[in-house]
Design a protein around this ligand. Structure first.
Ligand code: ZN
Length: 453
């Protein structure tokens, strides 16, 4: 039986005790973490290893987990640069409604390439635009993740509330309720793998209160629960959404989502910027998760989510980049620092530490995606998903606290990204794809989409 050893690194386990080893080792075997410990690896472990990675100058953390994205938006970066959410959406719906499976595949490859190069081992995606005749879009995303070698939590999203029925999206961008439900069930039965080592999970994800009918929300919840998969949507992102819900339903977004069965430990919602104290308590009591997306919230001037209060109340909080049309960076590693800065701008210096933000980006994400037993921390038996950050370069050499290199400093370059024991990034470069080819595919696909407008 062969194994890999990472020896002599600064190891941050993100276990329940916050265990760190200033000089530690990690042993990987058969795609899992075999052991983690202080000091150098024992001689006999080194001698029998297939590979020994020198940990000198490295910070080792669990792989980062992205809990919210719209990978297809990689093809629509740089549009509507100064708009708030509703205006931005209205600007972009026409382009998005002209996508197809081939274009989405190229965009997803670009978006996931950048995620991987920024320390992300598990990619959550929320895809909710399915033009008629657009082909197998979920399949394209699954293929792109497999090509790169990253773990995927896809969602089959939907919109069925067009402008003529009082929704925000134009009628040409929405599906019928029945079509959306049928396709959601089919995506789960075709692609979801519920095993411990699963590389592809699929959840069901109607888009938002202002683009989906109450019937679709209710029936999606019933469908997901009958299939044993999770539920995802956007919630309480902007003051305009709050006003929409109060006018149309006579209640806040959280009250409305609760009224259609959407609070629960099998649900996670993106943003949750505008939650009251009572809303936070209900999220905590029900175990409803939150995908915190600080850069996107800044880009769209949505506000700053009350992450400090959510964490104090016990709400599961993960980190997300959100779609690249509202976060042209698309890097998850930089969101760790962004989360710290945003929380402190809102609630003061003790609102969130760099270590708190790293925990959100790892174990928090694992909890939000229902994978806390499998990923999110470096503990024996868990899947071997790790990020090895180089912190002996000019940006970080001499820093007093290696964890601050990631939590407060420039995003460190990756020495390795390992997913299920397999190397995905080495010395900052993707090893399973030609990066120039990915860039060329994104350039071409973006131009094709623009030519359809
Ligand atoms: Zn989003």
């Amino acid at each position: 039986m062969t194994h890999t050893v990472i020896d002599g690194a600064y190891v941050v386990t993100v276990d329940a005790h916050g265990t760190e080893h200033a000089q530690g080792h990690v042993v990987l075997r058969d795609g899992r973490i075999a052991s983690v410990g202080a000091g150098r690896a024992p001689r006999e472990v080194i001698d029998g290893a297939a590979e020994v990675i020198s940990g000198t100058g490295l910070l080792v953390t669990p792989g980062l987990i992205n809990t919210h994205h719209h990978l297809y938006q990689w093809l629509t970066r740089g549009y509507a640069q100064d708009s708030i959410l509703f205006d931005w959406l209205v600007s972009l719906y026409p382009a998005w409604s002209r996508i197809d499976a081939d274009l989405v595949g190229d965009g997803a490859l670009g978006a996931m390439a950048v995620l991987a190069r920024s320390g992300c081992t598990t990619v959550g995606d929320h895809h909710y635009v399915f033009p008629r005749g657009g082909g197998d879009i979920v399949g394209s995303i699954v293929n792109a993740a497999s090509t790169l070698g990253v773990r995927l939590h896809a969602t089959r999203g939907s919109m069925d509330l067009g402008a003529s029925d009082g929704g925000l999206p134009p009628d040409f961008a929405v599906e019928s309720t029945a079509d959306a439900l049928a396709a959601s069930g089919e995506a789960v039965t075709t692609y979801d793998d519920s095993s411990f080592e699963s590389m592809v999970r699929v959840a069901i994800a109607p888009c938002s209160p202002f683009s989906v009918t109450a019937d679709l929300l209710r029936e999606s919840a019933d469908l997901a629960r009958s299939l044993g998969v999770r539920l995802h949507t956007h919630g309480a992102e902007t003051v305009e959404e709050e006003a929409y819900c109060r006018e149309r339903f006579g209640m806040s977004p959280t009250d409305y989502l609760e009224s259609v069965g959407w609070l629960g430990s099998d649900v996670w919602m993106a943003h949750c910027v505008h939650l009251s104290g009572a809303d936070i308590d209900r999220f905590a009591a029900t175990g409803t998760g939150v995908a915190h997306c600080p850069s996107s919230n800044g880009r769209l001037a949505a506000g700053i989510a009350p992450v400090r209060d959510m964490l104090r109340a016990g709400v599961p909080v993960g980190l997300g980049v959100d779609g690249a049309a509202s976060n042209e960076s698309g890097q998850l590693g930089t969101e760790v620092r962004a989360a710290v800065l945003a929380a402190r701008l809102r609630d003061g210096a003790d609102a969130l530490s760099g270590r708190d933000a790293l925990r959100i980006a790892t174990m928090g994400g694992a909890q939000v995606l229902g994978r806390a037993d499998q990923i999110g921390s470096l503990e024996p038996g868990k899947l071997a998903d790790l990020a090895l950050w180089r912190i002996d370069g000019v940006e970080h050499a001499g820093i007093a606290d290696p964890v601050a290199a990631l939590g407060l400093g420039a995003m460190p370059p990756l020495a390795r990204l390992i997913v299920q024991g397999r190397t995905v990034v080495e010395d900052g470069a993707l090893v399973r794809v030609d990066e120039a080819d990915v860039a060329a595919r994104v350039t071409r696909a973006s131009a094709v989409l623009q030519s359809r407008l």
